[in-house]
Design a protein around this ligand. Structure first.
Ligand code: FES
Ligand code: FES
Length: 147
């Protein structure tokens, strides 16, 4: 089946089964910022934006992105520049496996006018898991990136 959509501002046509997971489809297309942590919608490591909404790509199948606009971290380099720098400066990255997903969550939080306080950021991040336990630094990096 042909799946037409936009990925990182480019028109794409995927030849694939309609039930292929979007996580696999995009990773096989070279977009390896997406990681498979749990594969069950619990960790946020596979986060993408679909029509500007943050979603877990492990829970989506190819047929669901037909005609949609998909953004991955690869396509959001400018928008996440300050966040990425602050994650490094604040020590918010350890093994790095969860990092792309957290940066996508931070961006979503900031773009949606999230409050600049620790409690609110922590609550907003409850869909993301870091097995290295780097939460505090990630929260600090996010707050530092807010105006
Ligand atoms: Fe998708 Fe964990 S791999 S939410
Ligand atoms: Fe290792 Fe988060 S930095 S899983």
């Amino acid at each position: 089946m042909q799946i037409k959509c936009k990925v990182n501002h480019q028109e794409k046509i995927f030849e694939t089964s309609p039930t292929t997971r979007v996580l696999d489809l995009l990773r096989e297309d070279g977009l390896t910022s997406l990681k498979e942590g749990c594969g069950e919608g619990e960790c946020g490591a596979c986060s993408i934006f679909m029509d500007k909404k943050l979603v877990n790509s492990c829970l989506l199948i190819a047929a669901q992105i037909k005609g949609r606009e998909i953004m991955t971290l690869e396509g959001l380099q400018e928008e996440t520049k300050e966040l990425r720098e602050n994650y490094v400066k604040e020590g918010g990255i350890q093994c790095g496996f969860c990092t792309s997903g957290f940066i996508m969550r931070s961006l979503d939080y900031i773009q949606n006018g999230g409050k600049k306080n620790e409690k609110s950021v922590k609550e907003a991040f409850d869909g993301n898991l870091c097995r290295c336990g780097g939460y505090q630094k990630i929260v600090e990096a996010t707050i530092k990136s807010m105006k």
